[in-house]
Design a protein around this ligand. Structure first.
Ligand SMILES: O=C(O)CCC(=O)c1ccccc1C(=O)O
Ligand SMILES: [Mg+2]
Length: 348
């Protein structure tokens, strides 16, 4: 197992109710398995995952385990609850090698019956003034997106409603709009916002309330605007969220959930219980974006996912093999993730 650090600034920082993401640091993980070198990425996002230091320690410990034990022991040494990003890094490298050894793209390793060439994606638009927000959405629509997710909750509810009304008037009724409050609203604010978002035909709001307020989220459901939970899945078992009937949609971030395999399993479990899964990145480099893309590609009839985040990075670990056209991302059909490990360069 080899672990190499990397750091990339964002050319387009993402402004949210919980601060601005302006740089991403993490580790590239390589692991030799079944005659193949698999590559993975651990890119922790403090608040969502362990810290960069804890991630480094997790991977260092895992590398020591790998010295004289097999991959099962390494996986067992990486706890999804305490070091999810580190576990994601190793688990992705292992899956990449497995899928390569089996001669299939990773999504077919999850489901050998599936053929999936494209996954629908949403454009992600950060906080900004009403006109800045409408400009960004208009630009995305011109680029072919038909689904946009807008960050809200950094301004007053009045201002956010004005932003979304401005967007709706600018781009018309055919564009699906989502919002993401990142837990910023009180129950009263959320109730007010949901009443005013319904006539603007907003499909769902991600995490309107703080992560712990499952009962509050359950009570918001049913006015036509869906409730999606994201932060509520950090530090909480997905089963407990499903049992609380608190969500129409679950936002599943492989980096937060301890790897692509965990995200895939939880997506299918959500589906079984009538809750729609949406797979998203944590604004990652290309290795982790591809891992998330393959998870989404493995799920039949998946809706638009939050995977279109690559163009925010000022540099990347390798050339991104995907293209986004007409609001959908192409899925590599070569083996594994679809990257040549020799072309993944942490220093690039
Ligand atoms: O879902 C998307 O469109 C992109 C991903 C995204 O918004 C995000 C990225 C990093 C951290 C948190 C979030 C979030 O969904 O709240
Ligand atoms: Mg979110």
């Amino acid at each position: 197992m080899r672990v190499d650090p990397f750091s990339v600034p964002l050319s387009s920082p993402l402004s949210t109710a919980r601060g601005t993401i302006s740089e991403r640091s993490g580790f590239v993980v390589r692991y030799d398995h079944r005659g193949e070198t698999g590559v993975g990425e651990a890119t922790p996002l403090p608040g969502w995952t362990e810290s960069v230091d804890a991630c480094r320690r997790g991977l260092t410990d895992a590398a020591a385990v790998a010295e004289d034990a097999g991959h099962t022991d390494v996986l067992l040494s990486l706890d999804a609850a305490s070091v999810p990003a580190a576990r994601h890094g190793f688990a992705t490298a292992l899956l990449d090698a497995d899928a390569k050894a089996d001669g299939v793209p990773l999504y077919q390793w999850f489901d050998s019956e599936r053929q999936c060439d494209r996954v629908p994606v949403n454009a992600t638009v950060g906080d900004g003034s009403p006109s800045e927000t409408a400009d960004a959405v208009e630009q995305a629509v011109k680029a072919g997106y038909d689904c946009c997710k807008l960050k809200v909750g950094k301004r007053t509810v009045d201002k956010d409603i004005e932003r979304i009304r401005t967007v709706r008037e600018r781009v018309g009724d055919d564009v699906t709009l989502r919002a993401d409050a990142n837990g910023a609203w009180s129950r009263d604010q959320a109730e007010d916002a949901f009443d005013r978002l319904a006539p603007l035909d907003v499909a769902y709001v991600e995490q309107p309330l703080p992560a712990d307020d499952l009962a509050g989220h359950a009570a918001l459901r049913g006015n036509g605007v869906g409730v999606a939970l994201d932060e509520s899945l950090v530090d909480r078992r997905v089963d407990s969220v499903l049992d609380a009937d608190a969500a129409d949609v679950l936002i599943l971030k492989p980096m937060v959930l301890g790897g692509p395999g965990n995200a895939h399993t939880l997506a299918l479990r959500a589906r079984e219980q009538g809750v729609e899964p949406v797979i998203t990145t944590t604004i990652d480099a290309v290795v982790a974006r591809l891992a998330a893309l393959h998870v989404a590609a493995a799920i039949p009839d998946i809706g638009a996912c939050g995977l279109a985040t690559g163009d925010r990075l000022a540099a990347d670990l390798a050339t991104d093999p995907t293209t986004i056209t007409d609001g959908a991302m192409s899925v590599p059909q070569t083996t594994g993730l679809g990257l040549d490990p020799a072309e993944v360069q942490p220093d690039a």
